[in-house]
Design a protein around this ligand. Sequence first.
Ligand code: THU
Length: 138
Amino acid sequence: MTNAELIAEAKKARLHAYTPYSHFQVGAALETKAGKIYHGCNIENAAYGPTNCAERTAFFKAVYEGEREFTRIAIVGGPEGQEANATCAPCGVCRQVMREFCTPDSFEIVLDDGKGGELVYTLEQLLPESFGPEDLGK
Ligand code: THU
């Protein structure tokens, strides 16, 4: 699957977002090493804090299903009711969740630039000098 195709999957996921508070809708498409795609959307909450980002929804669905190895995630976000037209980068909490299950120098984060193109970063680029499982001997 190309990065553009993975972004198209993230756009489909974005349609499932539950965003009565921010009205900012995000979709994610997470690829496993075996090539399976897990979709995620942001799910907000009246107490705000329990809100789950699209990226974490995708990871938690996949991990529940037994997946542990991932290659890429595509992310698309923007205001409700319109096509995403700017880059939506993952928040710090989601970057740390990626760190738990992904290899920093090879896992790729693919961002829709909102103009028909894409930006691609490794997890290492977006979360340098990170703390991860190895720091606890795992
Ligand atoms: N959000 C995500 O789902 N992923 C991101 O990468 C950035 C932010 C969500 C959380 C909240 O529902 C809304 O976007 C506004 O912050």
